[in-house]
Design a protein around this ligand. Structure first.
Ligand SMILES: Cc1cc2nc3c(=O)[nH]c(=O)nc-3n(C[C@H](O)[C@H](O)[C@H](O)COP(=O)(O)OP(=O)(O)OC[C@H]3O[C@@H](n4cnc5c(N)ncnc54)[C@H](O)[C@@H]3O)c2cc1C
Ligand SMILES: NC(=O)c1ccc[n+]([C@@H]2O[C@H](COP(=O)([O-])OP(=O)(O)OC[C@H]3O[C@@H](n4cnc5c(N)ncnc54)[C@H](O)[C@@H]3O)[C@@H](O)[C@H]2O)c1
Length: 484
């Protein structure tokens, strides 16, 4: 017999304790409300244990080693290759060995209650939980329920894929051994980063992508990353579809490609995008139906409020990967701060109706200034609109671009190769976006984010003097080329 449900009431119920769920709960508690987060796996979510942190821990030692190898004086001192076992150990350390005690303690110290288990909606503001402690919980939210359930990997329609055991990014980022031959399917951010990480750890890597590499970025910038991967021995099979996959008796894999060739692998990583994790959440009980293909989608406004949920007043919110706007930890946490503050303000009667753009309750930067870094070597860092997206969005946009060739870059490494672009709104003479590609350009990005968010006029930007000799001097060169 099922034990009777434990009834609990909170101001806010958050489903999912990834980085985003943690942050939204933090903000509502700072705002004077009570909050519970329900987590089915590890507190900290995908980013801490299977995504950002382990993938960057696998990449960073290779980048540091390569950096030293490109500098006279240092390269003579570096005589060995990457120590794969030590890199995996560093990755284990950066994921706290997949233990979440530290993050649980943070929840306790912050005054957020944690229930471990699987949660789903049963009615407006009502959530049921099958607890990992054997209890069942009936949670009632006085003000809001927040979906912070993250995303799940897409499965591409490849014959035989359903019948074989391939790696998702989870198995890749938590791998205990380095496979001899790895095939990566997908030329997006995850596929590109992990292809380079494993190539540098010693795998023979083939990356198969049905289109180009890193297609959402300017071609010149993506081209530098492609050259970096090729230099590490990654075979890039771009504009190539994968027709079928099968597992051989010895546990290896054979993939048939659309160009008639085949490729063999010891492991296959599928990294072909992700979708919001909204299945099994009881959304049907509050007014949502899957489409003909069986997919559930939600539309959330600029405060994260989900449109169309049953109920007398606004109560259902979606943030982070679950909202499906921008699948980045930093952007999800930004959404969480706005949503948490909006929930607290609405509960106190301090916010009515739609949140005003650029107020603390609105996720306005989602429309204008989403920064992202591809942590390959060389890096690719971009914020805001590309020339293509700016023109598509109706801006009278122009661009200025240059190879990165300044004193800072020639000091950085021998034969430094980089590329930078600014996208300009000609009507207002402000930046709409920026892209940098090259070794160690990630730290250049925040200056661009500030310029885009602040809509700093170019004539004023001219007075932002980059220090000599830094790679940031490329800003000055770009503005000079633009005509200032
Ligand atoms: C390989 C890889 C590398 C990445 N690297 C970066 C990077 O370098 N920088 C960056 O900004 N982004 C990166 N990302 C993206 C980043 O990981 C996500 O944007 C981020 O994790 C989203 O956070 P979230 O809290 O929305 O979701 P998640 O971290 O997925 O958290 C959701 C949580 O909800 C829980 N949950 C789901 N359903 C239920 C339920 N019904 N009941 C209870 N609990 C539930 C899950 O167990 C999970 O813990 C990477 C992604 C991948 C795949
Ligand atoms: N450094 C970072 O911030 C970082 C790193 C990794 C992942 N992420 C985030 O995680 C999300 C998921 O990463 P991702 O690389 O899986 O997604 P992605 O959207 O970046 O790339 C998906 C790739 O898969 C390909 N693809 C899609 N469907 C396919 C099909 N049916 N057959 C073959 N190829 C197909 C696409 O053409 C694309 O190249 C991204 O949105 C990204 O924001 C961020």
């Amino acid at each position: 017999m099922m034990p009777e449900a434990v009834l609990r009431e909170f101001d806010v119920v958050v489903i999912g304790a990834g980085a985003v769920g943690e942050n939204v709960a933090d903000r509502v508690v700072q705002g004077g409300l009570t909050a519970v987060v329900v987590e089915a796996e590890l507190v900290g979510g995908e980013c801490s244990y299977w995504a950002c942190m382990p993938s960057k821990a696998l990449l960073r030692p290779g980048t540091a080693l390569h950096g030293a190898q490109t500098l006279p004086g240092a390269k003579e001192a570096v005589t060995r290759t990457l120590d794969a076992a030590a890199v995996l150990k560093f990755r284990d350390y950066m994921t706290s060995n997949w233990q979440d005690d530290g993050q649980v303690k943070w929840l306790e110290d912050t005054g957020i209650e944690l229930i471990r288990g699987h949660a789903w909606l049963t009615a407006p503001k009502s959530v049921e939980v099958t607890g990992l402690d054997g209890n069942s919980y009936q949670l009632q939210a006085r003000h809001a329920v927040v979906l912070a359930t993250g995303s799940a990997p897409n499965t591409p329609p490849i014959e035989g894929l359903q019948d074989v055991q391939v790696w998702s990014t989870r198995e890749a980022t938590s791998a205990k051994e380095v496979p001899d031959r790895l095939v990566v399917l997908g030329g997006g951010v995850a596929g590109t980063e992990l292809a380079q990480a494993f190539a540098r750890l010693g795998s023979t890597v083939t990356l198969v992508a049905r289109s180009g590499l890193l297609r959402s970025f300017p071609a010149e910038a993506a081209g530098l990353v492609a050259a970096g991967l090729r230099a590490d021995g990654v075979e890039l099979r771009l504009h190539t579809v994968t027709d079928s996959i099968s597992e051989n008796d010895d546990g290896t894999f054979s993939l048939q490609l659309g160009d008639g060739t085949s490729v063999a692998a010891d492991k296959v990583l599928v990294a072909t995008g992700r979708h919001p994790a909204l299945e099994g959440l009881g959304l049907e009980s509050v007014g949502f139906e899957p489409d003909e293909a069986g997919h559930l989608t939600l539309t959330a406004d600029n405060s994260g409020l989900v449109e169309g949920a049953w109920g007398e007043e606004p109560w259902l919110y979606a943030v982070g990967d679950a909202a499906g706007k921008n699948l980045y930890t930093h952007q999800g946490k930004y959404e969480a701060r706005a949503t948490g503050d909006a929930i607290a303000a609405r509960a106190k009667g301090e916010l009515a109706g739609v949140a005003q753009d650029w107020s603390r309750f609105a996720q306005t930067a989602n429309e204008h200034a989403v920064p992202g870094v591809v942590f390959t070597d060389p890096e690719l860092a971009a914020v805001g609109r590309t020339l293509e997206t700016a023109q598509k969005d109706g801006y009278n946009a122009s661009s200025v671009e240059l190879p990165i060739q300044v004193s800072g870059s020639s000091l950085h490494s021998e034969n430094y190769e980089g590329w930078a672009q600014l996208v300009i709104d000609e009507d207002r003479r402000v930046l709409l976006g920026a892209t940098f590609a090259g070794p160690d350009v990630a730290e250049l990005l925040h200056a661009a984010t500030i310029a885009v968010v602040g809509e700093v006029p170019l004539d004023r930007l001219w007075h932002a003097v980059p220090s000599y000799p830094t790679i940031s001097e490329v800003w000055l060169r770009l503005l000079e080329k633009y005509g200032l």
